[in-house]
Design a protein around this ligand. Structure first.
Ligand SMILES: NC(=O)c1ccc[n+]([C@@H]2O[C@H](COP(=O)([O-])OP(=O)(O)OC[C@H]3O[C@@H](n4cnc5c(N)ncnc54)[C@H](OP(=O)(O)O)[C@@H]3O)[C@@H](O)[C@H]2O)c1
Length: 270
């Protein structure tokens, strides 16, 4: 029997990309999946698509960067299913721009979407996760291993997730609750994926191809494997593992390489 059968799993940010792939795979494996995003339209489309396959889906539109919305998401889940077994803190968005060029009024956005969302949701789910002896997984990035120039606030938020995951792992010792963090590497993005610019406006991220890139479906499989096997930390892709290895032994080399790459791109006009 599938590990996820009949488990209630909340996947934040699941109307597209990795979150949608997670919802699809969890549905296939018999989980009761709570899908979420800020917007109603696309979320409802995904809910209809997955429900049509016979999966047990609850869609809750909520901005998980806001505490009140998180409360509503958790309360609606408990009201509908009566329990929470797994929380996947997946909602996230990058913001491109040098710190000095970024509008101070929008600097909070990546922190809200990538970090506060996970902190709020985890805090609110802990009592239910203790009852179910379930687990929480944080979706971080290679930007959470070493700060990436032009991605400063995103990197800060993803690094914050590391501290949160490490503290929780200690605090939850003996409760039976699992905590883990996934350092997702370069991933093939869904067409039309948007990120923020330095003015806080969304723009479509251009497609790119890189050696060792993973598909969205493979990333979702690896995340579910981490939860099943209760693995605390996993760095995805070969380039990601290389970066993590170099960073642990030669952080100044990684800093030098990133600075060179930044200067090359910056001279190129951005
Ligand atoms: N793709 C990559 O290359 C890559 C690499 C490393 C790490 N990651 C991480 O993987 C996760 C998923 O990334 P992705 O590429 O799949 O992103 P994506 O395709 O842009 O999907 C992001 C999802 O999150 C939702 N979302 C954004 N802000 C939200 C908020 N405040 N409240 C609720 N939902 C919100 C979006 O819907 P709405 O906009 O409608 O709310 C969407 O459903 C993120 O945490 C990202 O940082 C991705």
């Amino acid at each position: 029997m599938s590990f996820f059968r009949n488990k209630v799993v909340i996947v934040t940010g699941s109307s597209s990309g990795i979150g949608k792939a997670l919802a699809l795979k969890l549905g296939e494996q018999g989980a009761k999946v709570v899908i979420n995003s800020r917007g109603d339209g696309k979320l409802q489309q995904v809910a209809d698509e997955l429900s049509a396959k016979g999966y047990d889906i609850l869609a809750v539109a909520a901005n998980v960067g806001k505490l009140d919305d998180c409360r509503r998401l958790v309360d609606t889940t408990l009201g509908h299913y009566g329990r929470i077994d797994v929380l996947i803190n997946n909602a996230g968005a990058n913001m491109h721009g040098r710190v000095e060029d970024t509008d101070p009024e929008v600097l909070h956005l990546p922190m809200e979407i990538n970090y506060l969302s996970a902190l709020y949701m985890t805090r609110l789910c802990i009592p239910a996760l203790k009852e179910s002896r379930g687990g929480v997984l944080f979706v971080s990035s290679l930007a959470g291993i070493h700060g990436l120039p032009i991605n400063a606030v995103y990197s800060s938020a993803k690094m914050g997730l590391r501290a949160l995951a490490e503290c929780l792992k200690a605090e939850l010792t003996g409760t039976g609750v699992y905590a883990g963090i996934a350092y997702v590497g370069i991933t093939e993005n869904e067409k039309g994926k948007t990120i923020y610019n330095a003015k806080g406006e969304k723009f479509v991220r251009p497609d790119f191809n890189m050696l060792g890139m993973q598909t969205i479906a493979d990333v979702a499989d690896d995340i579910l494997w981490m939860i099943r096997t209760r693995r605390f930390k996993h760095v995805f892709t070969f380039p990601g593992k290389l970066q993590a290895f170099l960073n642990s032994l030669f952080p100044e080399l990684v800093q030098y390489l990133l600075t060179k790459a930044y200067l090359r791109r910056h001279r190129g006009g951005w």
